[in-house]
Each structure stands twice: as structure tokens, then as C-alpha cells.
Design a protein around this ligand. Structure first.
Ligand SMILES: [Zn+2]
Length: 383
């Protein structure tokens, strides 16, 4: 175990990409948190902004069946976002991308919530064998960005639902206060990247996978004026309180670990990333909770000292569904790590069109985190 310098306020250490420390030993990610905290106030000012936001969404949705779409995974944050949307007097359409790896608890959570709130569901299910082949392609390529296809497909599904129903707002259940903002070095994703990895390593034609091509992205963000907003940024969002509320009101169940709502995501977080890349992504959430004073620094350190726990049946399921023998799987886990930059991506195009995306960011059409991560050259990365 190397002795790494640790931030004196959160629990980030020198292994985090682009980290720097000030004289007091506080890291730049903590400063970014404080900056966001000022720009996205959570108290009475946040409430006022949320009310105004809800008014605008209602006006834009007049005469339509729905006025916003909300992605649901059965997890805590997205479930709370849907609850909040209804509480704000909105008429959401819930949207789910089903990559066929959902855990039964997550599916039950989604249905309980929708029943109780009387919200309709738009689901896009990808063809099973095709999706497994995309996962196999990423693993064979030696990449660590194996959840990129799911993140991209969810973004596409949200846009598709919004376009189909003439909805102008996508509400994202993200909170920097509980989840943090992940450094670019941990996961890269874009539609071109997926196409390029699949082209080199995939075997089953990509038909049902909802990819986010550049043309679609621009059509939705610039032409159709679809906004992506994060209402939880204006709330003193507390994870434990949210879980309690969801359990009491909707019979929502906690599945016993972050991201365990989806079995491949659980494999990715608790098994693949720590073993393949030495990255334990619990660090992100735990550090965010420490910064927002929802978790004691000491407790967070103790939690991180426990190795990530992936139920063996999940690893067995990954091998079985992807059709890897023990030997094949072991060989894949031992491949040299490939770099996303060895594949074609939209990154050079995003960088060239930086002024265009700056305007879109100012209009809430793309999240600020997208602009910061994808439109700035790598040398300028980091908060
Ligand atoms: Zn820090």
C-alpha cells in the first residue's frame, strides 16, 4: 500500500486524477464543491429557484400530456427525483432504459413508485444478445469504460421519450452534494467511442442499441430545444432522509449497496474497477457526503478501508451471460488497460465546437459537467 497524501477535509487522495492541494491541505475538488454550493444554493433561495423552474416547465408543457421526463432506475436518487417532480406539481413521464441486467428489487421499486404516483412509464429494452456483445467488445478491447454503453443509452432514451411526446425538459436526479462529480480519467463515453469499440471488437450487429450520434445530440439539444436540468442541486438533498421517505411512502427497498440496482453496474463498481484499474468509485460518493456534512470523515475512511464487496453470484452471472469460460474471463481481467484515446471519439469535434457548446450550456441544453469534461482539451482538465 502506497502512502498517499489525503485531503484534510474530504477523503480524496493523490490517486484521484488532476488533484491539487492548497496550503491548508484541502483539495481542489473540495473547492469545486464549495463553488457549486454557492452557485446552487439549497435554502430558501433554492426553493424560490425551484418554484420558478416548475412554473417554466408547466408553461412549456401546456396542452401536452407530460411536461417533463424523469429517468428511473429503481435507485434512490432517481426515485426521489420522480417523487419531487410530482410534489413540484409537474406531470412527469418516467423513462427507463432496460439493459436486461436489472435486479428484481429495482424493478419492483420502479413499479411501486409509478403505481403510487400514477405516473406512466416509457421503457426501451435492448436486445439481450446484442447488448451482451457490446459488453464483450468493451471487455475484449481491454477498456475500463465498460459502463459507457449504459450511460449513453440512458441519455438517448430520455431524449427519444422527450421528442416523441413533445417534452422540453429532462430532469436528472443527480446531486453533487451526495454523488460528487467524477473526474474524466475514470470513465469516458460518447456515441462515436461506442461505435468504434464495437466496430473493432463486436460480433453481433448493433440494431436495437439506442446510440447517441452527434447528429441526434445536436438535433435534440439545439434544434428541439430539449433542456437537461438537475433540480436536486437546489435542495439540501440528504441521502438517508430520501431513503426513509421512499421506504415509508412507496415501500421502496434498499438493495444493500450503491448501484446494486443493476447487476452489471454492481459488477463494474464492486469487482471490475477495483481489480482492473485500482479504482474504488465509492470514494466519489463518500467524499461528497463528507463535504456536505452527511457523513463523518472518520466513518468514510473506515468504510473505504473495507474492500468493495461484490456478491460472488454476480460475478458468476457475468461470466455465464457473456459466455466466458473461467480461463477466458481471467485472461480478459489481465489484459493491459487500453486507453479510450486509442479509439475514435467525438472529443476532437466537441473541442472544436467549444463555443457552440458553451452557448448550449448557458441555455441549459447540456449540463455544465458535459461542457467542462468534453469540450475542454485534456490538458485543462480538472476543476
Ligand atoms: Zn477534498
Amino acid at each position: 500500500m502506497r502512502n498517499l497524501r489525503v485531503c484534510t477535509r474530504c477523503i480524496y487522495d493523490e490517486s484521484v486524477p488532476a488533484i491539487t492541494f492548497d496550503e491548508a491541505g484541502v483539495c481542489n475538488y473540495c473547492r469545486m464543491h464549495d463553488d457549486l454550493d454557492r452557485r446552487y444554493p439549497a435554502g430558501p433561495e433554492g426553493e424560490r429557484i425551484l418554484r420558478k423552474m416548475a412554473d417554466e416547465i408547466r408553461v412549456a408543457g401546456r396542452g401536452k400530456k407530460y411536461d417533463c421526463v424523469v429517468g428511473v432506475s429503481g435507485g434512490c436518487d432517481s426515485s426521489f427525483m420522480l417523487h419531487k417532480a410530482v410534489e413540484m406539481g409537474l406531470r412527469p413521464l418516467a423513462v427507463h432504459f432496460d439493459n436486461t441486467w436489472n435486479s428484481p428489487i429495482a424493478t419492483q421499486n420502479i413499479y411501486n413508485l409509478l403505481d403510487a404516483l400514477g405516473v406512466d412509464l416509457f421503457t426501451l429494452v435492448v436486445e439481450n444478445e446484442e447488448y451482451n456483445d457490446i459488453y464483450r467488445a468493451f471487455l475484449r478491447a481491454g477498456l475500463k469504460d465498460i459502463e459507457a454503453p449504459t450511460d449513453i443509452a440512458l441519455a438517448t432514451t430520455l431524449y427519444l421519450a422527450a421528442e416523441q411526446h413533445g417534452v422540453r425538459y429532462i430532469l436528472e436526479g443527480h446531486s453533487f452534494r451526495t454523488e460528487g462529480i467524477s473526474p474524466l480519467g475514470w470513465l469516458y463515453m460518447d456515441g462515436k467511442f461506442i461505435e468504434s469499440v464495437h466496430h473493432r471488437f463486436g460480433r453481433v450487429p448493433m440494431r436495437s442499441f439506442p446510440n447517441l450520434t452527434f447528429a441526434r445530440f445536436v438535433r435534440w439539444a439545439a434544434w428541439r430545444n430539449i433542456k437537461r436540468i438537475r433540480p436536486l442541486w437546489y435542495l439540501p438533498y440528504n441521502k438517508d432522509a430520501a431513503k426513509r421517505l421512499l421506504a415509508e411512502r412507496y415501500g421502496w427497498q434498499w438493495y444493500g449497496g450503491h448501484h446494486l440496482e443493476n447487476r452489471f453496474t454492481a459488477f463494474y463498481h464492486a469487482y471490475f474497477m477495483p481489480r482492473r484499474a485500482g479504482i474504488d468509485q465509492r470514494l466519489l460518493g463518500h467524499a461528497a457526503l463528507v463535504r456536505s456534512r452527511q457523513l463523518e470523515r472518520r466513518t468514510a475512511m473506515a468504510l473505504m478501508a473495507e474492500p468493495p464487496d461484490c456478491p460472488p453470484e454476480i460475478v458468476a452471472m457475468v461470466k455465464k451471460r457473456l459466455g466466458f469460460s473461467e480461463q477466458e474471463f481471467a485472461a480478459l481481467m489481465a489484459l493491459p488497460i487500453a486507453d479510450w484515446r486509442d479509439f475514435e471519439t467525438y472529443k476532437p469535434l466537441f473541442e472544436r465546437l467549444r463555443p457552440f457548446f458553451w452557448v448550449l450550456m448557458k441555455l441549459d441544453r447540456v449540463p455544465e459537467s458535459f461542457y467542462l469534461k468534453f469540450c475542454r482539451p485534456m490538458a485543462q482538465q480538472g476543476p
